[in-house]
Design a protein around this ligand. Structure first.
Ligand SMILES: [Zn+2]
Length: 98
């Protein structure tokens, strides 16, 4: 089983969750329990996903987690709409392969 850590929001930003190669999953402490459950399912999906293209990886992880945690998914969407700076930073990091 992966190790799950709740970490300070500022440490993870622009990410809400992060799955390290060693299996450790970090989740932002700014999220409520619905959002944390959604992000955890999203990151758990990444652990076993062999796809290479990050856009496809994110679509699949979001679809998987949204089906299991629809309320958390909608809250994360709402959070993202209200913090467009985070999504700009996120997209620029992903585009650079981080
Ligand atoms: Zn992801």
């Amino acid at each position: 089983m992966p190790t799950v850590k709740i970490v300070p929001h500022k440490k993870l930003w622009p990410y809400l969750g992060y799955c390290h190669k060693n299996g450790t999953i970090e989740i932002s402490d700014a999220l409520d329990s619905d959002e944390q459950n959604f992000v955890l399912d999203h990151e758990l999906y990444h652990l076993d996903d062999k796809s290479k293209w990050w856009v496809w990886r994110e679509i699949k992880a979001n679809a998987y987690a949204a089906k299991r945690e629809p309320v958390g998914f909608l809250k994360v969407v709402w959070r993202t709409i209200n913090d467009y700076k985070r999504i700009i930073k996120y997209l620029s990091e992903k585009g650079q392969g981080r």
